[in-house]
Write a protein that binds this ligand. Structure first.
Ligand SMILES: Cc1cc2ncn([C@H]3O[C@H](COP(=O)(O)O)[C@@H](O)[C@H]3O)c2cc1C
Ligand SMILES: O=C(O)c1cccnc1
Length: 357
């Protein structure tokens, strides 16, 4: 346990802010590119932030990867999802066979997929699967802590190590996604605890429950928070009591990526809850994140507002798996391509002043 804490502490201690000098040089480069000042809008800000991460005024994206963490949830026994828990391992196999939405989108966008079993409640074995199972699902948070301290630390470590390994293979833009029936319940509980907002404002329909079932889901989360009483100022304790193994894994991915100054595009409601935990733990992490899209899941907007992240896409999606993040990676890549590939006014011999300036 103490060995795990040391690794986590070392990773957190290695995190440093964006390089403001590189960002200023990138901002000046933007002024010199052959376009009216500011005309690429938010693409300009994206490229400038990545310049701050990569510590160069001319950043590049060469290798995109999405890390999808899978885990099961004991709280599904309370009837909080429209689908049975068995769908988690079934969908992981679907990922491995290439048949899920995330597979199609990752192929289209040329994004490497890393699929991690960090806590699925079934025996899974496949050459394409990273088997790092910490437990066969979490305990039921409505009755006690979802994870033991050891389980949570191990899951965090799986995430940190997966990020490090993916970056070592060349990835320079990461996305995160998840699979875990019941995990919108965990994400809502985390958000309610950390944002100190009413559970109902942060609890949505997940995979498609009806309003009556949503009210039940709210009561289950309220019970989980009452039973566990996690300290809202202690994000890891909130994660341990009412989170999930795959969510802890994603928190680890964010820490491991930011440690290596690699940007991460977050996905929908669940991965944004992971970003909330990570950013509460270390506020600098937020500077390295891009919000891929605005999920329709109730409460997503509230978490994004707290993180001061503005979603890149609004497509009325509510799937998870990393789908919105992988779509948005193409926007992030486009921002870097325009920034680094365009000619300057001087290079192209184009007049750089508005007529009456
Ligand atoms: C077939 C299927 C594929 C999915 N892919 C992602 N999710 C999404 O739905 C789950 C969360 O919703 P809830 O909390 O209501 O269970 C997560 O696994 C999430 O990734 C899926 C759900 C289903 C049913
Ligand atoms: O926003 C998401 O990622 C989401 C919403 C509902 C169900 N699964 C995922």
């Amino acid at each position: 346990m103490s060995e795990f804490s040391t690794i986590l502490a070392t990773s957190l201690a290695s995190i440093t802010p964006l390089d403001r000098a590189a960002m200023e040089q990138a901002r000046q480069r933007q002024q010199q590119l052959t376009k009216p000042a500011g005309s690429l809008g938010r693409l300009e800000e994206i490229a400038i932030r990545i310049a701050g991460m990569q510590q160069t005024p001319v950043p590049r994206i060469n290798h995109k990867a999405v890390i999808v963490m899978a885990g099961d949830h004991g709280v599904t026994r309370e009837g909080v999802s429209a689908y049975p828990a068995a769908v988690t391992p079934q969908m992981v196999l679907n990922f491995l066979q290439g048949g899920a939405a995330i597979n199609a989108l990752a192929r289209q966008a040329n994004v490497q997929m890393i699929i991690v079993d960090v806590g699925v409640a079934a025996e899974l074995s496949h050459p394409g699967l990273l088997s790092r199972k910490v437990a066969y699902g979490t305990a039921n948070m409505a009755q006690g802590p979802a994870m033991t301290p050891e389980q949570m630390m191990q899951a965090l470590l799986v995430g940190i190590e997966t990020a490090h390994a993916t970056i070592a293979q060349g990835a320079d833009l990461l996305a995160i996604g998840e699979m875990g029936i019941g995990n919108t319940t965990a994400a809502s509980a985390i958000a309610a605890a950390l944002l100190q907002l009413p559970v109902s404002e942060l609890t949505g329909y997940g995979t498609g429950i009806d309003e009556e079932q949503r009210q039940h889901k709210v009561r289950v989360i309220e019970q989980a928070l009452a039973v566990n009483q996690p300290d809202p100022l202690n994000p890891l304790e909130v994660l341990r009591c009412v989170g999930g193994l795959e969510i802890a894994g994603l928190v680890g991915v964010l820490i491991g990526a930011v440690e290596h100054r690699v940007p991460v595009v977050i996905d929908g409601f669940i991965s944004t809850a992971a970003a909330l935990v990570a950013s509460t733990l270390h506020p600098t992490i937020r500077e390295y994140l891009f919000a891929g899209h605005a999920s329709v899941e109730r409460g997503h907007r509230l978490i994004l507002e707290r993180l001061e992240l503005r979603p890149l896409l609004q497509l009325d999606m509510r799937l998870g798996e990393g789908t919105g993040a992988v779509l948005a990676m193409q926007i992030v890549e486009a921002a870097v391509c325009t920034h680094s590939e365009m000619a300057t006014f001087a290079e192209a011999g184009v007049s750089d002043r508005p007529e009456h300036a």
